[in-house]
Design a protein around this ligand. Structure first.
Ligand SMILES: C[S@@+](CC[C@H](N)C(=O)[O-])C[C@H]1O[C@@H](n2cnc3c(N)ncnc32)[C@H](O)[C@@H]1O
Length: 259
């Protein structure tokens, strides 16, 4: 199957640059139902790893400004930053996703309770007794592109299934990771997740692109960051998102500025 581009040329589905796709067509409710309505084991494993990493690096630090870039219809990266942040910015490039995020952050549904239950096992999270209310009060939803973020702006950040899933260009994959890391302050902790060997993804009839990355591509893209931990999980027998071989998580800290 091929789809026409704005320039009128045809391309195979799942291929194209970020600007070739109509991100406003992405249906957040369908995406959410497909990916998060029933928690996937791999997401919960990643969430526990991010919890432990942020807990270890940040301890009882509070009052940070966090960012989730390309947040889409997923709240668990934002929840993983919540105890440490008094401001949380959720950025996305799709107006449809921004509307979903504005609604969902007001009083998130019970779907996110199993995700919070994983976080709640660690003291920093357990100390936050009203996460629904805290998310509403601390979060702001804003339009933004990973390719045009301000430099050195945020204290803590997440980038989940974005850099490899918004273009089929390897150059844009690297630029997205660089844009994300560039937007963090020196020393800022971060977590980023990637689909492994994805060839593109669909929500309903709408097809979106991907770059087929492996753990070594991810390691190369974040080279220069510090305190890195990379984890890879197999897709397993019933992958929630078809057409990939596994999921990769990298946690780390942006390199400290040289003096
Ligand atoms: C595969 S979804 C991932 C959504 C969510 N982070 C998750 O974990 O499920 C990719 C997201 O990237 C967003 N996106 C597309 N182009 C973008 C851009 N240039 N900058 C930031 N986000 C973008 C899409 O709107 C979508 O929400």
């Amino acid at each position: 199957m091929s789809v026409p581009t704005e320039s009128g040329r045809n391309r195979p589905w799942g291929t194209g640059f970020n600007s070739d796709f109509e991100w406003n067509r992405l249906n957040p409710d369908a995406y959410f139902r497909k990916n998060y309505l029933i928690p996937h084991r791999n997401d919960l494993v990643f969430l526990a790893k991010v919890r432990d990493f942020f807990g270890e690096v940040l301890g009882w630090r509070r009052g940070l400004h966090g960012v989730d870039v390309g947040a889409g219809a997923n709240l668990y990266p934002a929840l993983a930053m919540l105890p440490f942040c008094d401001r949380l910015t959720l950025l996305d490039y799709s107006e449809a996703n921004l509307a979903w995020l504005r609604r969902e952050t007001q009083a998130y549904t019970g779907t996110w309770d199993p995700f919070w239950a994983v976080l709640d096992e660690a003291p920093a999270y357990a100390a936050l007794t009203r996460p629904r209310l805290e998310l509403r009060e601390r979060s702001r939803v804003e339009f933004g592109s990973v390719f045009r973020l301000p430099g050195g702006h945020w204290d803590l950040g997440t980038l989940f299934f974005v850099a490899e899933s918004i273009s089929s260009s390897t150059a844009e994959f690297r630029l997205a990771v660089q844009g994300f890391l560039g937007a963090l302050k020196p020393g800022a902790p971060f977590a980023a997740a990637f689909m492994e060997n994805s060839r593109g993804w669909k929500v309903g009839q709408d097809a979106f692109p991907a770059v087929a990355v492996t753990a070594s591509d991810v390691a190369a893209a974040v080279a220069g960051a510090e305190n890195l931990e990379i984890c890879r999980l197999d897709a397993g027998p019933n992958p929630v998102r078809a057409g990939y071989t596994g999921m990769i998580l990298v946690c780390g800290q942006k390199a400290q500025a040289r003096t």
